[in-house]
Design a protein. Structure first.
Length: 142
């Protein structure tokens, strides 16, 4: 079992049954599921609610007890979505976002509408006219 002190502002985004991926101290990743989300926030300037996660394969944790882990919670999915790295997004002066697409050595901006974010992978779902899988999108070097 994993216990998370979740920022109370995110309480409405997480529900029992949400799938999670738990990264153990040795780097191994194992699946789990949110079993409960607390209803009462505790703490002063940064209130938290308690979220309990159950490991799908409890043996994966071995003999760990009170070990630090990282938990990625999946709150929504978009099967077959077109995604780009978040750092490929460009803010438009007129508002909204675009990506820089390259065709035949020519660069042009394609307006996009944002969908779901995958914080763990640094990706965002995008839709836009003339945007399709397989196009070359400029991504800044990191």
């Amino acid at each position: 079992m994993v216990t998370i002190a979740l920022d109370a502002a995110q309480q409405s985004e997480v529900k029992a049954g949400d799938k999670v991926m738990i990264t153990l101290p040795d780097g191994r990743v194992t699946p789990g599921v949110v079993s409960s989300v607390g209803k009462v926030a505790t703490g002063g300037s940064s209130p938290k609610v308690t979220v309990t996660v159950t490991l799908k394969h409890p043996r994966a944790a071995g003999g760990l007890d009170q070990a630090p882990v990282t938990v990625a919670i999946t709150t929504a999915t978009a099967p077959g979505a077109l995604v780009v790295p978040v750092n490929a997004l460009l803010a438009r002066a007129s508002g909204g976002y675009a990506v820089e697409e390259v065709t035949g050595g020519r660069h042009h901006l394609v307006p996009v509408t944002l969908g779901l974010f995958d914080d763990a992978a640094g990706l965002v779902q995008v839709t836009g006219p003339g945007l399709a899988a397989g196009q070359t999108i400029v991504v800044p070097a990191s």
